[in-house]
Design a protein around this ligand. Structure first.
Ligand code: ADE
Length: 230
């Protein structure tokens, strides 16, 4: 998979992809992530990428020219499955969307900034608008990092144990069961007896029950989906 991220703050995104699983995915050639500085596409002599909004509304808006040029340059080089815009008024991101995106080959993510972007970009170039939650970030960069991270880890071969993405929280609308490691007892706090029993069948049943119970208590909204009621 290839992800091209267009941003006014490429420096903000250099670090998130240079650690642990995502770093290894890049090294193994399973994911390529490229950062493009939007200012490099500006035809303004001061490399400006924003301008005053039309109408009374004060505030700066990302201009159409640099964005159109950046997207068209990338599209002239390869086909893209989606051109994603990160914005608080987009569709709420979920594991389901991450799963769907992980099946794609080439993605562009345009990071929103300022008061918004010229609506013509959204109307003519963007194929998906994504919000990472009902709160406002200073820009779309952290949202782009969340999207890329959650998608790349799903690519085949990225996680060492291929099944582990399948057992993630949310994959079947269930939260994960609790996990424990050694020692079996620490300052009087014990690991549940069943986990030490060596009986794989009973352990699996226990884990499933725990997952269902945790979901029912902590996330009644997910629980309804799990029960097929939503
Ligand atoms: N930009 C600012 N806030 C955002 C959010 N919650 N999701 C995606 N992009 C954003």
């Amino acid at each position: 998979m290839r992800i091209d991220i267009i941003t006014v703050l490429p420096g903000m995104l250099e670090s998130p992809f240079n650690y642990s699983i995502i770093k290894r995915a890049k090294e193994k050639g399973l994911a390529e992530i490229y950062l493009h500085n939007l200012r490099d596409y500006s035809e303004d002599k001061h490399r400006r990428v924003d301008d005053y909004s039309f109408g009374k509304d004060a505030g700066m808006v990302m201009a159409i020219q640099p964005i159109e040029k950046a997207i068209e340059k990338l599209k002239s080089e390869r086909e893209y499955d989606e051109v994603i815009f990160t914005t608080p008024d987009g569709n709420i991101f979920s594991q389901k969307t991450a799963n769907q995106l992980s099946l794609k080959k080439n993605l562009i993510i345009l990071c929103g900034h300022y008061k918004g972007i010229d609506q013509r970009i959204r109307d003519h170039y963007i194929t998906m608008e994504i919000s990472v939650g009902d709160y406002v970030l200073t820009g779309g960069e952290l949202a782009a990092a969340i999207i890329a991270d959650s998608v790349v880890r799903l690519l085949p071969g990225v996680l060492s144990d291929e099944t582990s993405a399948l057992t993630d929280s949310f994959q079947d609308n269930l939260l994960s069961p609790p996990v424990y490691t050694r020692p079996a007892e620490y300052k009087g706090m014990k690991v549940p007896e069943i986990l030490l029993s060596g009986n794989d069948k009973l352990i699996d049943e226990w884990k499933h029950e725990q997952a269902v119970e945790r979901t029912r208590l902590l996330r009644p909204d997910l629980y309804r989906k799990y029960m097929g009621e939503d």
